[in-house]
Design a protein around this ligand. Sequence first.
Ligand SMILES: Nc1ncnc2c1ncn2[C@@H]1O[C@H](COP(=O)(O)OP(=O)(O)OP(=O)(O)O)[C@@H](O)[C@H]1O
Length: 226
Amino acid sequence: MTLQLEAITGGYGDTLVHRDLSLALPAGQITAIVGRNGTGKTTLARLIAGELPLQGGAIRLAGYEIGGLPAHARARRGIVTMPQTGMVFDTLSVRENLHLTGGTPDQIARIAQTFPRLGERMAQRAGSMSGGERKILGFARAMLGNGKVLVLDEPSEGVQPENIQRMQAEITARKAAGAAILLLEQNVSMIVSIADRVHALDTKGFTFTLERADIAREAVLAALEI
Ligand SMILES: Nc1ncnc2c1ncn2[C@@H]1O[C@H](COP(=O)(O)OP(=O)(O)OP(=O)(O)O)[C@@H](O)[C@H]1O
């Protein structure tokens, strides 16, 4: 399903972070946004999820306006976000965290195989895991939900290269299954490996766009240095 942001405005009360920002997240594509710290990537993820209210514009999912719906209603329609801090319940075990996504036992077994670190720690309390392990758990949870639109806020931060590779394979598989994916990342290798389109963001909005054929390391680094 395609998600369309139409001239959205929002932020924190009077402190607007985004003004009239438009963006298309096509189904079956990985759209990346790169920009320095503080340009508003996390704020954008929260506006899409419905954690922050829209102060202008519209968000359309397959044509239907969802910008006025509360977060849980957007989640029910298939918008799944992985927050930068990882969406993990600290007091619950890894297994319980995975089960709460609604994933089937087969899907949970498969993801625990994909990320052996999780498979080995199914009974461990999530709150006692390392930062990188929590990221993997948060990522696994986002993959298990039946998301049609996946918004991933810095999934690779603090994660070891072998697990970043596994994340890339999972994201690419979801793309092949038709999900619209928004990747908010600073990891240039990950973007070069899997993104179909890259939008460069600064504090005033998008400055330029790279299409697949132009997504190379230097070009992405230029976007990060705005
Ligand atoms: N809860 C908040 N209240 C007020 N302002 C905030 C709040 N959270 C973030 N901001 C401000 O909004 C702007 C955008 O922050 P945001 O976290 O969205 O940026 P980012 O691109 O995700 O950066 P980073 O990669 O460092 O997380 C910043 O100026 C930040 O200080």
